[in-house]
Design a protein around this ligand. Structure first.
Ligand code: HEC
Length: 114
């Protein structure tokens, strides 16, 4: 009984180790996202707080939400004349990095708009 449990745990650990590199690739890098966000700052602000009420705040937004939004703009599922061209040339990795960057910021504390 004890033996079987140990084998099962060992098998699970091997499975986890095998999957680890996949999750590492799939994750966004906030520092890379910061470097890629220079064009975004024009509207979404230096710190993810929008420069005017016309643009949404991104600081502290869920990464998964932003990834979906950006893929949807890029792939034509979400249309907006301003934002769609901004996402048109983003790679999947760009999207993950940008989302990780904005998600890493302090948000939802002061969402007042200038
Ligand atoms: C010229 C201004 C402008 C620039 C530059 C810009 N955006 Fe946007 N962004 C907008 C507007 C306007 C919207 C809202 C569009 C809508 O209603 O669908 C938006 C929406 C978004 C959303 C969805 C927010 C939500 O709450 O659904 C994300 C994520 C986003 N932008 C990320 C980015 C990123 C990343 C960049 C840089 C690659 C960028 N934006 C560059 C104007 C801009």
């Amino acid at each position: 009984m004890l033996m079987r449990g140990t084998v099962r745990i060992a098998a699970l650990m091997m499975l986890a180790a095998a999957l680890l590199p996949l999750t590492a690739i799939a994750k966004g890098d906030p520092e890379a996202g910061k470097a890629k966000s220079t064009t975004c700052q024009a509207c979404h602000g230096l710190d993810g707080k929008a420069i005017s009420p016309t643009y949404p705040n991104l600081a502290g937004q869920y990464a998964s939400y932003m990834e979906k939004a950006l893929r949807d703009y890029r792939d034509g599922r979400r249309t907006n004349v301003i934002m769609a061209p901004m996402a048109a040339n983003l790679t999947d990795q760009d999207i993950k990095d940008l989302a990780a960057w904005y998600a890493s910021q302090d948000g939802l504390k002061d969402l007042s708009i200038p």
